[in-house]
Design a protein around this ligand. Structure first.
Ligand SMILES: O=C[C@H](O)COP(=O)(O)O
Length: 256
């Protein structure tokens, strides 16, 4: 793991104010792991509260609109997220691609809007089980990466710290089924190649996170794997106890 690992919790559509205690506990403990960058992406309704209280963790949104403002009922602009205190936004998650028909081109436009508003971005990609079984996984994911990332010029201006890619095989999300470490390594190499083609400046530096049923038991092996720069964690990020176990694994994968 050449860079500081990046461990991000995605609460998805989970969390009312009652869950703020978990976010506070994560933030308090984060100070013990300065070698791990930690982010939490709660529902929009909790972004401002968590961002305004957090001392050691970053706060993110789970989506943003391409436009800065206007008649888009129910949507949230990147600048609004930034105004609420967010540091980053997750874009192109497979659940948004599935539930809202988000295309690579739309994800790219959102990524550019987010960078333009000063946010960091985590651009999600991943193949379905059918695509993997058909031997198309790497080609599908490489095409998603190439078409979903913001322009290289915008990303280069923002810098590597504000750009990350999350590889999340769709069949591994919320299923308890984790990709084999060797498959994760192979896919991360394929993504890296696409990133290098995209930007000579950033391609080698952008962190590639793994996501899909990461938990305290499998985190260490995944995070120690060649090319894995962190984890995007869903279910196991919902309690401080299970999320911090993953943060601790990232710390030990780095220091052992
Ligand atoms: O954004 C997170 C991923 O979708 C992984 O979710 P999961 O850890 O519940 O499988």
């Amino acid at each position: 793991m050449p860079h500081r690992p990046y461990i991000v919790g995605n609460w998805k559509m989970n969390g009312t104010r009652a869950m703020l205690a978990e976010a506070r506990a994560i933030d308090r403990a984060a100070g013990r792991y300065p070698d791990v960058q930690i982010g939490l992406a709660p529902p929009f309704t909790l972004v401002h509260t968590i961002a305004s209280e957090a001392q050691a963790i970053g706060t993110g949104g789970q989506d943003c609109h391409t436009e800065a403002k206007g008649a888009h009922t129910g949507d949230v602009a990147a600048a609004m997220l930034a105004d609420a205190g967010a540091d980053f936004v997750i874009l192109g998650h497979s659940e948004r691609r599935r539930d809202h028909g988000e295309s690579d081109a739309l994800v790219k436009a959102k990524a550019e809007a987010a960078l333009g508003s000063g946010l960091g971005i985590i651009v999600c990609v991943g193949e379905t089980l059918e695509q993997r079984d058909a031997g198309q996984a790497e080609a599908v994911v490489q095409a998603q990466v190439a078409a979903s990332l913001p322009s290289a010029a915008m990303a280069e201006e923002a810098g590597m710290a504000r750009v990350a890619v999350a590889y999340e095989p769709v069949w591994a999300i919320g299923t308890g089924r984790v990709a084999a470490v060797e498959d994760v390594v192979a896919m991360h190499q394929a993504i890296r190649q696409t990133l290098v083609d995209w930007s000579a400046d950033l391609g080698e530096k952008v962190r590639i996170l793994y996501g899909g049923s990461v938990n305290a038991d499998n985190a260490r092996d995944l995070l120690a794997a060649d090319g894995v720069g962190g984890a995007l964690v869903g279910g196991a990020s919902l309690t401080a106890e299970s999320f911090l176990a993953i943060v601790a694994a990232a710390h030990s994968a780095r220091t052992d």
